[in-house]
Structures are given as structure tokens and as C-alpha cells.
Design a protein around this ligand. Structure first.
Ligand code: DQA
Length: 174
């Protein structure tokens, strides 16, 4: 039997069976077995590029790049793609880009969580389910952080568990 990773060559167009386990989708086309890695997008909003030096008492001392390296090592079977922007429209563009082909999105819209109708609308417009992530416990901070304009469009939310929240969000999609 021929085995390919992420292959597109089809021995036969007839799909005999599909099995999704631990982030790997196996499809059998005739005598050809194809591995499709699950695709998860992490999208971070404004100021999250400064993790590690930004208000460490609230957000911790680890950079996101360092955290991401560990996450990718722990879940090699999953394709984890990362995007960060300080610009609202770029976050909307990225949601639209990944939102019809990825298996899941972990979105920390940061301050735009509390202000952005456009990001909420983008989540409602796409097909891929989105989990809202916050590093800090937004329920225990300033009153203006209590309102989320993305929450109702997401499948769920994780807040206050530090960077671990991204991993827990990822596990939701497995
Ligand atoms: C945050 C919480 C937001 O209120 C804040 O504006 C952020 C980060 C968090 O991850 O805790 O920038 O989304």
C-alpha cells in the first residue's frame, strides 16, 4: 500500500472510509492511504506581540514564540499556524483567510474583544469554529473588559488560565 502525507494523488476517486483520530485524518482512496494533518489557526490581536515584557504580573514572562515552540513540539500531528496583528482589519482578513479551510481557530482578539463589531461579524461569517481565548481573567479586571463582542459568535471561551488556555482550546478540537 502506498502512503503519502498530505498527498493529493488519487488512486481511485471512491472514498472507502475516513477515520479521524488525534488530529490525523486518514482517507483511503483505492490502494492509496492519505494522511491529512488537522489545521488549527492561532490568531492574536493587539499588544500580544509584547508578551513576556508587557505587564508580566498579568500576562506572565513567557514570549508567545517560546510558548508556541513548545506547543508545536507537544502536538506534532497538528498543523498549528500563528498570526498576530495590532491592526483590526488584518485580523478580519486572517479570519476570512483561514475560516473556510481550517479545522479550528483560537482567537485572542485582545482589546478588540471589547470593541470590534467587525471581528464579531467575521467570526459569524466564516465556517471554521472559533474558541475565544484570554490569558487573564477578564471577569476580574476593569468593567469595560466584561463585555465581549466576539463571545456570542464563538463556540466557547477560555479566560484566566494563562497561556495554558491556548492548549486547552486546541484540545477542544481534537
Ligand atoms: C486579553 C484581555 C484583554 O482585555 C486585553 O485587552 C488584552 C489581552 C487577555 O489575553 O487576557 O490585550 O485578551
Amino acid at each position: 500500500m502506498q502512503i503519502l502525507q498530505g498527498g493529493t494523488y488519487l488512486d481511485s476517486l471512491q472514498i472507502r472510509w475516513t477515520n479521524i483520530a488525534q488530529g490525523i485524518e486518514l482517507k483511503k482512496y483505492g490502494r492509496l492511504l492519505i494522511f491529512n494533518r488537522m489545521k488549527i489557526a492561532i490568531i492574536n490581536g493587539p499588544n500580544l506581540n509584547l508578551l513576556g515584557i508587557r505587564e508580566p504580573g498579568i500576562y506572565g514572562r513567557q514570549t508567545f514564540e517560546d510558548f508556541l515552540k513548545g506547543l508545536k513540539e507537544k502536538y506534532p500531528e497538528i498543523q498549528i499556524d500563528y498570526f498576530q496583528s495590532n491592526v483590526e482589519g488584518e485580523l478580519v482578513n486572517e479570519l476570512q483567510r483561514v475560516g473556510f479551510s481550517y479545522d479550528g481557530i483560537l482567537l485572542n482578539a485582545a482589546a478588540y474583544t471589547h470593541t470590534s463589531i467587525a471581528i464579531g461579524d467575521a467570526i459569524a461569517a466564516i465556517k471554521t469554529p472559533v474558541v475565544e481565548i484570554h490569558i487573564s481573567n477578564i471577569a476580574a479586571r476593569e468593567e469595560y473588559r466584561l463585555r465581549s463582542l466576539v463571545a456570542a459568535k464563538c463556540v466557547g471561551a477560555i479566560a484566566g488560565l494563562g497561556l495554558k488556555g491556548y492548549e486547552l482550546g486546541l484540545q477542544y478540537f481534537l
